[in-house]
Write a protein that binds this ligand. Structure first.
Ligand code: AMP
Ligand code: MG
Length: 520
């Protein structure tokens, strides 16, 4: 095992792409540059709360000197000679062009060659940058716990994501108005060290095209292709189109996975869409409890519900359309871009349908499958059934008469109310039972396959909230308990059965559980 602090520094993004020539760290427009050099803020009293030891193991690294490590991941000292920087990007926020956004509170501290990959290490909440637009560049403990736990949970669910290496508190107080009601409170400051092969987003391309800076658009695009899509070959119109096609494919697959596990990102602005199809920027995200396609955890979006669970594929397509517009100057032809975007619609539906079929354990194909799945979704929604619990239990389906009790148990409705759906459920369950007869796998084989796509444990909002409330009282044990639990989300963990449960009533209308804002 090698020490994480002694890895080879290789600033590929920073060395190969144009830097901001102005060294002043104040909010401003940064032109003709992909990033600005900026120092991290020195924390007053940093403490290490958690390290993703599992991620460290994956990297085949260890921490030799914990004090030194804490200094680096809290921004107290640089990563040896690496010069830290914040990235420039723009974005469409809630459907409107917002101009320059950029890393307002994220600073890349090092690009490291580990094994045969180059990883970017970034501190989120490490002080202001030229992109902070009047905000403080800091992050609070609650949102940092949420990002830390969820990035790792997503990875172990098998969903492409940026990673989280460490979680620290800074010892500084950070004023925040949680629900934007004018009630400002000091909260503990914290920093997550995020890690990714790239933090480039759709907005990184949009900013150059919006400024008609085609020279730098090309530099960025060529660099991203060379670094992350090298099999596509040398820059050409065809290569750019193939690149776009791959980003479309990866984004599509990511959304299918989000649908599979009931994840709602909450802020799918184009600045929060990775060019590698990774789940990125964990803010007011949430997990479906009762199956509700109109649900969004983000109260900032409560009115239009643009980023609701059931709208994520359409929004991904909308965002990819913005990427197409941004790449257009390099391609100069609308049709092939449109063709790729049109392909997203049909291919997404195919992939989604296959995923849903696998969730209910269907391996063969039959023309009753589509209506069966559609009816199930309506039933789950109308009778307010917990998504995770339902699909997990479905692998144990035996016959409608016994299984209806299991379904009833997983509904959030009062028994009387649920029973108004009994006939519909019984009818669906008997259709399902009949459909299973056409399968040729044993029940055990089917159950095993279903359990590999239907997680038993996800980071329900109230679970993260419990960990946050304990941590704010200096008890960090729940962070570790949830971290350990979510390393194996598909395994039965009998000692963890309490986390395979419906949302408790207290969490229904609680801030942090069903209501979150962008304040973080
Ligand atoms: P988000 O919705 O978290 O993706 O943030 C949107 C934009 O606001 C990004 O450019 C962030 O860097 C910036 N931002 C969010 N919070 C802060 C903060 N506390 N200080 C500075 N910039 C921020
Ligand atoms: Mg963001």
């Amino acid at each position: 095992m090698k020490d994480i602090l002694k890895q080879e520094i290789d600033q590929r993004f920073a060395d190969k792409l144009p830097a901001d020539h102005i060294a002043v760290n104040s909010p401003r427009q940064v032109l003709e540059a992909c990033y600005s050099f900026v120092d991290t803020k020195i924390p007053s009293n940093p403490k290490l709360l958690h390290v993703s030891s599992s991620f460290l193991d994956e990297l085949k690294l260890e921490i030799d000197d914990e004090d030194e490590f804490l200094k680096v991941v809290s921004g107290a000292i640089p990563y040896r000679s690496a010069k830290s920087y914040a990235m420039c990007y723009g974005g469409h926020q809630f459907g409107n062009w917002a101009g320059q956004l950029g890393d307002g509170r994220a600073i890349n501290i090092a690009e490291l060659n580990i094994d045969s990959s180059n990883w970017k290490f970034q501190l989120k909440g490490s002080g202001p940058t030229p992109y902070s637009r009047g905000s403080d560049g800091l992050a609070v403990l609650r949102s940092s716990i949420r990002e830390y736990l969820c990035s790792e949970a997503m990875h172990y669910l098998g969903i492409a994501t940026t990673r989280a290496l460490s979680l620290v508190t800074t010892g500084d107080q950070v004023p925040r108005d949680i629900m934007y009601t004018g009630d400002v409170k000091d909260e503990p400051g914290a920093i997550v060290c995020r890690v990714s092969p790239s933090f480039v987003r759709i907005g990184s391309f949009e900013i150059f095209t919006s400024r008609r800076d085609i020279e730098n658009l090309k530099k960025l695009t060529d660099h991203v292709i060379q670094e992350h899509y090298p099999h596509l070959g040398e820059p050409s119109k065809e290569t750019y189109l193939n690149f776009f096609q791959e980003v479309v494919n990866r984004t599509k697959t990511m959304i299918v996975h989000w649908q599979r596990v009931g994840f709602v990102h909450g802020v799918m602005n184009t600045d929060n869409m990775s060019i590698l199809g990774l789940t990125i920027d964990y803010g007011p995200y949430g997990w479906l409890e009762d199956y509700d396609r109109s649900w969004t955890p983000n109260t900032t979006d409560a009115q239009h519900r643009r980023y609701r669970y059931g709208n994520q594929a359409s929004i991904a397509l909308w965002n990819l359309t913005q990427l197409a517009n941004s790449l257009y100057p390099l391609i100069d032809e609308v049709e092939p871009l449109e063709k790729i975007l049109d392909g997203f619609k049909t291919e997404y539906l195919d992939e989604y349908f296959q995923m849903m079929s696998s969730k209910i354990g269907l391996q063969k194909k039959s023309n009753v499958d589509a209506p069966l799945i559609d009816e199930l979704k309506d039933l789950l929604e109308n009778s307010s059934v917990d998504m995770t619990i339902f699909f997990r239990n479905l692998s144990q389906f035996d016959n409608p008469t016994t299984f209806i009790d299991v379904v009833r148990e997983s509904s959030y409705l009062e028994v009387d109310k649920f029973d108004t759906f009994i006939d519909s459920w019984m009818s669906w369950l008997s259709d399902y039972s009949e459909r299973l007869n056409a399968e040729d796998r044993s029940k055990e084989e089917r159950a095993e396959a279903m359990n590999a796509v239907n997680p038993k444990y996800v980071l329900r909002n109230y679970m993260a909230q419990l960990a946050i409330e304990a941590a704010e009282k200096e008890d960090f044990s729940l962070i570790d308990e949830l971290y350990q639990l979510l390393l194996r989300p598909y395994d039965d963990q009998p000692e963890m059965e309490k986390w395979f449960a419906k949302r408790p009533d207290w969490a229904l209308d609680k801030v942090g559980c069903s209501m979150l804002s962008c304040s973080s």
